[in-house]
Design a protein around this ligand. Sequence first.
Ligand code: IPE
Ligand code: IPE
Ligand code: MG
Length: 235
Amino acid sequence: MESELPSHVAIIMDGNGRWATSKNLPRKEGHKEGSLAIHRLMDVALKVGLKNISLYAFSTENWKRPISEITAIFELLDNFIAEKLEGIHAKKIRVKHSGSRGKIPSISMRNIDKAIELTKENDALTINFCLNYGGQEEILNAFHSVMKKRSEKKISLLKDVSVEELEAELYTSPLPPVDLLIRTAGEQRISNFLLWQSAYAEIYFTETLWPDFNEESLFLALDWYKNRIRKFGGL
Ligand code: IPE
Ligand code: IPE
Ligand code: MG
């Protein structure tokens, strides 16, 4: 039986560096082109009728990169918000952030908060920016939040933690589980992305580098998804 449109699509936007290198450009030009691909994707997603998209923009492991590249990525984010936020809001897109706020430069964090606040009532499409995001950290953090709430309410810490209780504390809450996980640029690994939420995700790998990802690339992924038989452990 054919599945419907995925209610939550998650994308590991990989290959910006390779895109730039293949054109003899500095890596940051790849990230810039990647940000244009994000903007393009929003319009296609609205056209298709997707409701929730999570984008892996910066991982908790990406701090290992040279400071010049990290600075360039956060500057791009700031410019993206400055240039595109009004348009995003006009299209009724809601912006969400998943990840730890801790190490994000304060200017960027203020920009993200501004985008979240401005778009919080929008309901056409949620774009969940996973920035300073790590799946393991998210789960540990959620567990810690459950324990903290229990101790505040004087509930025993030894009582079993339910799936719902933990899910309510994930950065991504209240987004539904990931139905379709896309990774661009050929690597076939999860790289610490949405580990909990992707428990039953269909995983689609493409060689296309993120800056080249366009309408046709998304259609190919959605077509592939349509033909999956999802079983969730049943028959
Ligand atoms: C993904 O592209 C974007 C980020 C991790 C910020 P990369 O920068 O990882 O590109 P490659 O993998 O080096 O080509
Ligand atoms: C994953 O890509 C993180 C993002 C796309 C933001 P990486 O390029 O950092 O992943 P690895 O290091 O190849 O696993
Ligand atoms: Mg990469």
